[in-house]
Unconditional design. Structure first.
Length: 245
C-alpha cells in the first residue's frame, strides 16, 4: 500500500511539473504572405481558447505591448487615430500609474486596453492566487485611475507560458492572446532601420495577422503611418480583437 501511495504521489508531482513547464511562444513564418503555422508542440494553446491568428481574410489586428512611455507610445496612438485604426495595448502597472492621461486617451479614442500583468514577471509557474494578484491587481488599478473596465485579454510577459498558466488565466476569465508576427523591435539601443523594418513587416503580412509591436520603439513610431497606408492599399482592414475573443 505504501508503494502505491508513493507511486501516486510521484505521478502527481510529475504531472504538475509537466503542466508548469515553461514554453516560449513562437510561430513559424511562411513566404509569399502565407499564414504562419504553430509548431505541433504548441498547439495545446487551442485547448484553452488562446489565439495567435485571426480568420483567413484580409484583416490585421494591431497589438502593442506597452510597459512605459518614452514619447513614442503617444506618437503611435496619434498615428492610429489619423487612420481611424484601432489597436490593443497590453499594459503594465508602470505606464498606468505614470502616464494615466495617456491610458485614458487610449480608451477614449476607442483603443482596447488589455492586461500584460502588473510587473512583467514570468508567470508560467505561478499559482492561481499569484496569477490573480497580477491580473486582478492590474484590473483594479486601471479601474481606480481611469474609471474604465479593462478588457479580459491577456498577453504573457515575454511570451513565456505553460499549461498551468493557461489553465489559471482561463479560470480567471481571460483569453490569452499571442501573435502571428513579431520582430526584434524592443531594444531602444539597437533599433532596426526603418527600411529594414518596413520590408520585413510587409513581406510577412498575411490574412488574419495578429501583429505584436512595441510602441516604445522609435522605428515603429517612425514607420507606422507608412505601414498603415501600405496595408490599406493592399486591401486590409484593421480589426478589433473582440471579433475573435
Amino acid at each position: 500500500m505504501k508503494r502505491i501511495i508513493t507511486l501516486l504521489v510521484l505521478i502527481t508531482v510529475l504531472s504538475q511539473s509537466a503542466t508548469a513547464k515553461c514554453s516560449g511562444f513562437y510561430i513559424m513564418r511562411k513566404k509569399d504572405h502565407m499564414r504562419p503555422t504553430l509548431d505541433p508542440g504548441l498547439t495545446y494553446i487551442n485547448d484553452y481558447n488562446a489565439c495567435c491568428l485571426g480568420p483567413d481574410e484580409k484583416v490585421i489586428y494591431l497589438t502593442f505591448d506597452a510597459g512605459y512611455e518614452n514619447g513614442n507610445v503617444e506618437r503611435i496612438v496619434d498615428t492610429l487615430d489619423s487612420h481611424c485604426a484601432k489597436g490593443t495595448f497590453f499594459v503594465l502597472e508602470n505606464i498606468i500609474k505614470r502616464n494615466t492621461s495617456l491610458i485614458i486617451k487610449m480608451a477614449e479614442h476607442g483603443h482596447t486596453v488589455a492586461n500584460h500583468s502588473m510587473r512583467h514577471k514570468n508567470m508560467s509557474e505561478m499559482t492561481l492566487a499569484e496569477c490573480e494578484a497580477e491580473l486582478s491587481g492590474l484590473e483594479k488599478l486601471y479601474n481606480e485611475l481611469t474609471g474604465c473596465t479593462m478588457a479580459k485579454l491577456f498577453r504573457p510577459p515575454e511570451g513565456n507560458f505553460s499549461r498551468q498558466l493557461l489553465e489559471n488565466t482561463t479560470k480567471l476569465g481571460y483569453k490569452t492572446v499571442f501573435w502571428s508576427f513579431a520582430y526584434a523591435d524592443w531594444d531602444n539601443n539597437k533599433q532596426p532601420s526603418p527600411e529594414y523594418a518596413v520590408k520585413l513587416i510587409l513581406d510577412n503580412t498575411h490574412n488574419g495577422e495578429i501583429i505584436l509591436l512595441h510602441p516604445t520603439s522609435k522605428t515603429n513610431a517612425d514607420i507606422l503611418d507608412r505601414l498603415l497606408t501600405e496595408w490599406e492599399n493592399m486591401g486590409y482592414r484593421f480589426g478589433n480583437l473582440s471579433e475573435i475573443a
